[in-house]
Design a protein around this ligand. Structure first.
Ligand code: PLP
Length: 393
């Protein structure tokens, strides 16, 4: 059996999305900025896509900018605002569990004279508003806290965090890449100034994202070039991709509650079995505030890479840490920030379910996982010590 349980890394493109995109590769290939009928047809498709996404996010179409990825939108938000507002102050606040798109952008700012505060999280991965309030000062220009975490799924109190930032005159950005597939988001109701989404997390195409920038927010450009995206982001518009992302977002709003309930039921079944049948584990994340798709466990006395390899050998695709850091043996910065001991964090796996998974697949994962963990523990010197009673965790 081949089972994909890595939906937080990427999702398969919905067939209806592919159908919506196809004409824009061939017959309707014109450059959306060309002044002839070929261009006008594509420009209309781009405008419709912008209207669709804007309507779903509760903003005006001219507050939405298409980008080449969620990573680009995150970089643009953080660097663009920090650089534009550098005369006001040089202090930037992020959470310590951000995706690398924000973490590394913040490091870049730090190397270029900015001061960065990384907010702590509690043991379940939650940022507390009081910690943000303590960190804010009159030099703070932007705060960026992700909506839902990509490794453990914890959902942050974005509205309250944005309010706290605003009280101190700072702007607020949220990376909603992992939240938008599961949550209805109205940017005005949420009170954020900037918000990132990415197409391939909700059954849309890869290589396309969007940044909401509230009208009135001033921001430096990240990508200079032609006059596309109201001269804020150069580069010929990727018509098929933006059309596909809009269609995917539209489809994701249909039956959102039913799909969420279906995925959550699979995840709950998985967790119940894992917690009942596999000893010496730790569940990571906040069970009360999280997206329905993600289950994250640390399996003590074994290495995540070994688990991944053996599961992969049995046709099961999951992930250790975030997709972009897999392939590296570094412990997850998210789990470390949550206080998971480093040796335990090494044995952590993220399972992320989607609408194509079945209960049978979930059972196959748990059965294989059980065998995998006991096989690896048989070979683990640490587990030997534990059995002998001389190892304390
Ligand atoms: N932010 C979060 C929370 C993510 O999970 C991801 C993708 O893994 C990104 C940003 C980056 O998005 P993209 O793959 O479109 O660059």
């Amino acid at each position: 059996m081949k089972v994909y349980a890595d939906y937080a890394a990427s999702t398969p493109c919905d067939n209806r999305v592919v159908q919506a995109m196809l004409p824009y590769f061939t017959d309707e290939f014109g450059n959306a900025d060309s002044q002839h009928c070929f261009g006008r047809e594509t420009a209309k498709a781009v405008a419709d896509a912008r209207d669709t996404v804007a309507k779903i996010l509760g903003c005006k179409p001219n507050e939405l900018y298409f980008t080449g990825s969620g990573t680009e939108a995150d970089n643009w938000a953080l660097k663009g605002v920090a650089l534009h507002r550098k005369d006001k102050g040089n202090h930037v606040i992020i959470s310590s569990i951000e995706h690398h798109a924000i973490l590394v952008a913040a490091e870049w700012l730090e190397n270029n004279g900015f001061r960065v505060t990384r907010l702590p999280v509690d043991g379940t991965g939650l940022v507390h508003v009081e910690d943000l309030e303590k960190a804010l000062d009159d030099q703070t220009t932007i705060v960026s806290v992700m909506y839902a975490n990509n490794e453990v799924g914890t959902i942050q109190p974005i509205k309250q965090l944005a309010e706290a930032a605003h009280k101190h005159g700072a702007l607020f950005h949220t990376d909603a890449v992992q939240a938008i597939p599961y949550m209805n988001i109205d940017v005005k109701e949420l009170g954020v100034d900037l918000l990132t989404i990415s197409g391939h997390k909700f059954y849309g195409p890869k290589g396309v994202g969007a940044l909401y920038i509230r009208n009135g927010v001033k921001i430096d450009k990240l990508i200079c070039g032609g006059g596309q995206e109201r001269a804020q982001r150069g580069g010929t518009t990727n018509t098929p991709a933006v059309v596909g992302m809009a269609r995917a977002l539209q489809l994701s709003r249909e039956n959102l509650a039913e799909n969420n309930a279906y995925i959550a039921a699979l995840r709950d079944h998985f967790e119940q079995r894992v917690e009942r049948e596999i000893p010496f584990i730790r569940q990571n994340g906040n069970k009360a505030h999280r997206v329905p798709s993600i289950a994250n466990y640390s399996f003590e006395f074994v290495e995540g890479e070994g688990i991944l390899m053996l599961l992969d050998f049995n046709g099961i695709a999951v992930s250790s840490g975030s997709a972009c850091s897999s392939g590296s043996l570094d412990p997850s910065h998210v789990l470390l920030a949550m206080g998971v001991p480093i040796e335990v964090s090494h044995g952590s796996i993220r399972f992320s379910f989607g609408k194509h998974n079945t209960a049978e697949q979930v059972d196959y994962i748990v059965d294989t996982l059980k065998q995998t963990i006991s096989r690896l523990r048989e070979m683990s010197p640490l587990f030997d010590l534990k059995k002998g009673g001389t190892y304390n965790v």
